[in-house]
Design a protein around this ligand. Structure first.
Ligand SMILES: *[C@@H]1O[C@H](CO)[C@@H](O)[C@H](O)[C@H]1NC(C)=O
Ligand SMILES: *[C@@H]1O[C@H](CO)[C@@H](O)[C@H](O)[C@H]1NC(C)=O
Ligand SMILES: *[C@@H]1O[C@H](CO)[C@@H](O)[C@H](O)[C@H]1NC(C)=O
Ligand SMILES: *[C@@H]1O[C@H](CO)[C@@H](O)[C@H](O)[C@H]1NC(C)=O
Ligand SMILES: *[C@@H]1O[C@H](CO)[C@@H](O)[C@H](O)[C@H]1NC(C)=O
Length: 250
C-alpha cells in the first residue's frame, strides 16, 4: 500500500493498533507533520502536477525534512510517525463506539446521517467527521492530534468520494491530481487545507509550508473554517500526503 493511502483511508487500519497510554506530545506531532512541509505539489485543472521544494533554510529548520543535492526531502522517520497517526489515535482514544455502530449498517438508507457517513463506494457506513472529532475531543486529544484528525477525515470524507475532476476541483479543500498510483487522477485534500487545519497547533511547521504555497496562515485557516462548498476560486492547491511519493518519480 502506498504511503499516502494511509492518510486517505486512515480508519481502515484499526488492526495495526498497539496498546499505549498517552498522547504523543505536541512537539512530536508537529515534528512529524513537518515531514509534510518539505516538498509540495500543485496541479492544473486537468490534474497535471508541478512539484515545489521547501527552500534550504526552511528545509534545514524543519526536523521532518533534510536537504541534499539542492533539494528538500521528507525524513522517513517523521513521515512514518505522521503516517501512523491514525493508529496512535485509536491506540490512545480507543475505537469509537459510534463508528462501530455505523459499521453495522450496510445500506445508505440505514446509515444515519450526522453521526455516520456513507460515501457510496464502501460496503459499510462509517463514523462521520463530527462523530470522530467528538470522540477525539472527549479523549482529550491534543490540538495537534485534532488537527491531524481533521486533515485525515476531510481527506477521506470530503475529497476521496469526489471522483471527477470537475466535482473535486469545485471544492476548495480538494484538488484533482494525476499521480503515480492514480495516473488518471484522484481527489486529494489540498495542502492549503492541511496547513489551515495544522496552523494553530503547529504554527512553525505550517508557516514554512504556507511560505512555499504563497499563502498566509490566516488565509489557510479561512479555507477550512468556512463552508467547504466550492464557493471560491481554486488557487495553487497542494496535496501533502503524496508529494513524497511523487518525488520518487521525478
Ligand atoms: C469505512 O469503514 C470500512 C470498514 O472499516 C473501511 O474499509 C473504509 O475504508 C472506511 N471508509 C472511510 C471513508 O473511512
Ligand atoms: C475532466 O475530465 C473529463 C473527463 O475525463 C475530460 O473530458 C476533461 O477534459 C477534463 N477537464 C480538464 C480541464 O482536463
Ligand atoms: C530523521 O530524523 C531522525 C529522528 O529525529 C534522525 O535521527 C535522523 O538522523 C533524521 N534523518 C535525516 C536523513 O535527517
Ligand atoms: C479497534 O477495533 C478493531 C476491530 O475493528 C480491533 O482489532 C482493535 O483491537 C480495536 N482497538 C482498540 C484500541 O480497541
Ligand atoms: C509562489 O510564488 C513564487 C514566486 O512567484 C513562484 O515561483 C512559486 O511557484 C509559487 N508557489 C506555488 C506553490 O505556486
Amino acid at each position: 500500500m502506498s504511503r499516502y493511502a494511509l492518510t486517505i483511508s486512515l480508519f481502515a487500519i484499526f488492526a495495526c493498533t498497539a496498546s499505549a497510554a498517552n498522547w504523543k506530545t505536541t512537539e512530536e506531532i508537529c515534528d512529524a507533520y513537518g515531514s509534510y512541509n518539505c516538498v509540495f505539489a500543485t496541479a492544473d485543472d486537468s490534474g497535471s502536477v508541478t512539484v515545489h521544494y521547501q527552500p534550504k533554510a526552511g528545509c534545514e529548520a524543519l526536523d521532518g525534512c533534510y536537504y541534499t543535492n539542492n533539494k528538500c526531502y521528507s525524513n522517513s522517520t517523521h513521515e512514518t510517525t505522521w503516517g501512523n497517526m491514525a493508529s496512535h489515535f485509536i491506540a490512545v482514544a480507543g475505537n469509537s463506539s459510534v463508528h462501530d455502530e455505523c459499521k453495522t449498517k450496510t445500506t445508505e438508507a440505514t446509515c444515519p446521517s450526522g453521526t455516520c457517513f456513507w460515501d457510496g463506494t464502501d460496503s459499510t457506513c462509517n463514523g462521520s467527521f463530527d462523530s470522530w472529532v467528538a470522540h477525539g475531543t472527549s479523549a482529550n486529544a491534543p490540538e495537534a492530534m485534532m488537527g491531524y484528525l481533521k486533515v485525515s477525515l476531510t481527506s477521506s470524507r470530503t475529497c476521496s468520494p469526489l471522483n471527477t475532476n470537475s466535482t473535486c476541483n469545485a471544492n476548495k479543500v480538494c484538488m484533482w491530481a494525476k499521480t503515480i498510483s492514480y495516473p488518471s487522477g484522484y481527489c486529494y485534500l489540498t495542502e492549503e487545507a492541511a496547513i489551515g487545519f495544522m496552523a494553530s497547533a503547529c504554527p512553525t511547521e505550517a508557516g514554512y509550508g504556507a511560505s512555499v504555497m504563497n499563502i498566509t496562515l490566516a488565509e489557510a485557516q479561512a479555507i477550512v473554517a468556512v463552508s467547504q462548498a466550492g464557493d471560491v476560486t481554486r488557487g495553487a492547491l497542494l496535496f501533502a500526503a503524496f508529494t513524497a511519493l511523487l518525488v520518487l518519480g521525478v
